[in-house]
Design a protein around this ligand. Sequence first.
Ligand SMILES: Cc1cc2nc3c(=O)[nH]c(=O)nc-3n(C[C@H](O)[C@H](O)[C@H](O)COP(=O)(O)OP(=O)(O)OC[C@H]3O[C@@H](n4cnc5c(N)ncnc54)[C@H](O)[C@@H]3O)c2cc1C
Length: 434
Amino acid sequence: MKINIPETDKKRVVIVGGGFGGLKLALKLARRKAYQVVLLDKNNYHQFQPLFYQVAMSGLEPSSIVFPLRKAFRKKEDVYIRVTEVLAVHPDRQQLETSLGICNYDYLVLAIGADTNFFGNEKIARLAIPMKSVSEALFLRNRILSDYEKALSTTDYEERQGLMDIVVVGGGPTGVEVSGALAEMKRYVFPKDYPELNTDEIDIYLVEGANRLLAGMSEQSSRKSLEFLTNLGVKVRLKTMVTDFDGECVHTNDGETIRARKVIWAAGVKGAKMEGVPTSALTRGNRIRVNRFSQVEGLENVYAIGDIAYMEEEAYPQGHPQVAQVAMQQAVCLADNLSNLHRGRELTPFSYKDLGSMATIGRNRAVADLPGFKFQGAFAWLIWLFVHLFQILGVKNKVFIFLNWVWNYVTYDQSLRLIIRPRVPKSGEVEVES
Ligand SMILES: Cc1cc2nc3c(=O)[nH]c(=O)nc-3n(C[C@H](O)[C@H](O)[C@H](O)COP(=O)(O)OP(=O)(O)OC[C@H]3O[C@@H](n4cnc5c(N)ncnc54)[C@H](O)[C@@H]3O)c2cc1C
């Protein structure tokens, strides 16, 4: 069965993934009107991943950091959105197999992003909590709050400790930001919410395999982030690997055992899986190898951008960092090149322009490596706030986030500490989709 999308005279560009890369590309192509644009995503919304941790820490509502895809394309002609999971690509037939049926393409762009990498450890994958979607961030929020509720009625010291302590694995921006936010909750929020618990006993661990935090940033930022976190009381373990987690205890390679029921896994990503991409085109971290025009190696009319794409250029012999800026810049370049292709013009190779990187570690503390200068502290934190506010889609989202931040800053409190569990209907109560 074919997905119901009208056939037109225009060539069809099918984009899989409405993340930073896919959405930008679809918007650019829609404006130029040279192609029919089909955007496929398993969700009906775009997710702003840099603020997932604030949802998990009860600082923001999930609805503030997502944007409905249909809203982004209102009044755009010849753009078709289908909420469906793409199961496989058949490059020989120029077709995609999706949960809604078959979709033909003239040009295909894979912008499917990355998944959490547990480095083959099935047990950890089953028990640790990743943060790669807004649903996972919400799950984490529920788990943290539910465990503190349970801790209140647990008399056994060790068991209570296990419910209260949290281990964060991975000292990249996500791990650092989560640890900082947890440390602030321990300091400002939990004592007010749980006066019956001795919140001084809460331990937050950050475990990182490398010899420094924020390995992708400058030494200066690494040092400062370690200092900020240590001052906030986070127990940072560098040059340490988590070797096992059984749901009760975390074991590390240097023999330490930490009693903690929650492990937040921020230790790495790998390219999202897509059946039908030849293994010869796959490279390190399950990324798809592309040339400087984003064309997938060995496939015709198939492109990949963003986290899933592995592109080498002189300044980036190991590929680009998996960050939003790369995805968006590649989208802009590909949109230009598809227009060039339409007009029979020469294509332009992609070159990444690094606009810098930042991480925040609680209120008034952030580190920023911008082209030409590096700074840390309150000014970096303000810049971080404004950059993220500027990037988030939708005026409503900007306003809500700004108001939340001001409220949190003034009151030292996050107001969204609700345990909202999805209700699973009893069988027979509603019709279940097959
Ligand atoms: C917690 C966290 C914090 C981050 N913080 C920052 C930051 O501060 N700054 C920064 O620059 N970067 C940050 N990143 C990285 C940044 O979010 C990614 O680099 C960026 O999202 C990559 O964009 P993309 O378009 O390649 O993929 P994504 O934005 O991940 O989009 C992929 C899309 O594809 C869809 N999809 C995947 N598979 C299928 C399928 N089979 N069928 C249909 N749809 C599919 C997904 O639903 C998703 O919408 C962070 C990432 C995480 C997880």
